[in-house]
Write a protein that binds this ligand. Sequence first.
Ligand code: SF4
Length: 204
Amino acid sequence: MLGGEENVELIELLDIADSYCADHGSAVDVWRDSYEKTIDIVRSNVLVWYEELYPILKPKSVERIFEKSMGIRDGVKLVLRGTADWIDESGVIWDWKNPSRHYEVWEKKRWDIQSHAYTWAYGKEQFNLAVMAKGKLQVIEIERTEAHKAAFVELCWSIVPTLLTIDEAVTWPQRWEGWHCSPKWCPVWQAGKCRGKLLGDNPF
Ligand code: SF4
């Protein structure tokens, strides 16, 4: 409960998680694990969040939406929108992740974009990733300086010329590095375009 006036009980949280999965499970097209195993993972991640993070955090805001202008250049106004999972009273922005395994810390510190974006948007320096994987917690603390934020703004502006020229004759540069570049996750692939045009729906 915001303000710490009332504590939610673990049993309530687990009930909410169970109900959510039951209500929305039918909307999932592809299950990477069985429903039962997925529920076990959800429950173990809720448990670790409740036992290890909840006691040490005090929310200033939860699911706070931002919309912030990056300025105007050559007649183009660039606006960034997003939602922060949790901004703590300490000033630290927290984001919850539930991947299948823990992250490499150096990778997140070097190229995580969300930390750049949110620290820029809220005028903060500290962004923590709370990574819950199979019931184990990993906390990655990322500091973003004013130089990081300035670089991030230029990164965003760098895509504007491409956006402005997009039409049927211009193709977007392909990127194969993400987990989502797969027939399981990418709708463009699934539609038989991009890599799906050549590799089909079961290439790996
Ligand atoms: S298949 Fe999807 S994720 Fe991969 S490069 Fe093409 S559009 Fe991007």
